[in-house]
Design a protein around this ligand. Structure first.
Ligand code: OAA
Ligand code: MG
Length: 388
């Protein structure tokens, strides 16, 4: 098989909400279609990718470096020994002449391509991506359903405590059992009022509430909030300091007893390894949130999984950031602990297939070939326009 053309674009996923660090008024996202020469039912098979949420589009890197390398490569160099598309062979091709380190937005660009390659490979094989991953990288099987938590609880102009409670009630009505809200964008007293408002909706059960600081706190603030929220017994305390400040994280882990989660802004094997080496995370309770779409794709994510296993970490301690369908397949096939979900935000990319129902806090995988963007009508319309 051959990739005959690549069609890259940028779409807005903007909104009026904010976390503790950024607002999303100008947030956008790279989208990609890779058209192959394989024809099914009279149509070429096309692989789609996009760059999750929270980092801006990476079109310049895609157009100037990554896609030209892919399209100009000897087509056979992109195939495995059986003649199937090999995302890991393609990874070596698109990363040729790139220095190590300084991952920046390059990892985002490669992640978009890696997602589209995996979508394409599974579609050509005629199987859902989780099955393709299980067969090629996993133990041959996959989890039938995946734990998902509903992320939201952003700051927004005019948003009241009642609005926050309604948002969380909406998540529970959809079938979620664990919800996440932002903190760190207000002072401690105000954030505690917000947390307690959400706990009221959860019947006082802190183990069903995660809070996310988006890297805002210095060490003193991290510890002060930690002392204040400790009695709630929360699901996790997320990305408390700068993502690369491993010492802050390690000090926090010495003082805060509850689970800590981090990793959504670590974009490489090397950064993730440094987190495990120096970040003080505890494999019996903490969570690693590396997002395969932002961090050089599934090819790199598998390297991260191998590294974690070497350090005694179970794959079940990983719950990727991003709330996208790609990681849902990865979570099922690599037997992760779950996946984030965005029932309300980041449209049209956010969320799973239109018919994906959450039951008891878990979502079942469907049988559409590939990632299954075709089951997410509004997003699929955008993706189809790329190569119309
Ligand atoms: O607000 C964001 O950028 C998204 C985020 O941290 C998350 O999903 O955990
Ligand atoms: Mg986060």
């Amino acid at each position: 098989m051959r990739i005959v053309s690549a069609h890259e674009g940028v779409i807005p996923i903007s909104s009026s909400m904010s976390n503790a660090f950024i607002d999303f008024s100008t947030m956008d996202c790279s989208v990609l279609a890779l058209v192959s020469d394989v024809v099914v039912d009279g149509q070429p098979v096309v692989g789609y990718g996009f760059n999750s949420n929270g980092r801006y589009s990476a079109g310049e890197i895609l157009r100037r470096r990554i896609l030209p390398r892919l399209l100009e490569a000897d087509p056979d160099s992109l195939l495995d020994a059986d003649g199937g598309l090999s995302p890991s062979a393609a990874w070596d091709v698109v990363m040729r002449n790139e220095k190590p380190g300084g991952h920046g937005e390059r990892s985002v660009a490669v992640g978009v391509v890696d997602m589209a390659l995996h979508d394409l490979a599974a579609k050509v094989a005629g199987v859902p991506l989780h099955r393709w991953i299980a067969d090629h990288y996993g133990d041959g099987g996959s989890d039938e359903s995946v734990f998902v938590y509903a992320a939201g609880g952003y700051y927004a102009p005019g948003k009241t405590l009642g609005d926050l409670q309604d948002e969380m009630r909406g998540f529970l009505d959809l079938g979620y059992e664990v919800v996440k809200m932002k903190i760190g964008g207000a002072d401690l007293a105000e954030d505690l009022r917000r947390i307690e408002a959400v706990l009221e909706v959860l019947g006082g059960d802190g183990s069903r509430l995660a809070v996310d600081v988006n890297g805002r706190f210095d060490l003193d603030t991290a510890l002060a909030y930690g002392r204040a929220i400790d009695p709630y017994g929360l699901f996790w305390y997320e990305e408390v300091g700068d993502p690369l400040d491993y010492h802050l994280n390690a000090t926090l882990a010495e003082h805060y007893r509850g689970p800590i989660a981090t990793g959504e802004n670590l974009f490489s094997l090397q950064d993730a390894r440094n987190l495990v080496r120096y970040g003080g995370l505890r494999p019996d309770r903490d969570w690693i949130q590396v997002d395969p779409a932002l961090s050089y794709g599934l090819v790199e994510y598998r390297r991260i999984q191998d590294m974690l296993a070497q350090h005694g970490w179970s794959s079940r301690r990983c719950i990727p950031h991003g709330g996208h369908q790609f990681s849902l397949h990865i979570a099922a096939a690599l037997r992760l602990g779950g996946n984030e979900s965005y029932p309300g935000e980041f449209q049209p990319t956010g969320g799973f297939a239109d018919d994906a129902a959450v039951e008891g806090g878990r979502v079942r995988l469907d049988d559409r070939p590939g990632i299954g963007f075709e089951g997410k009508a509004a997003f699929h319309r955008v993706l189809r326009q790329l190569h119309a």
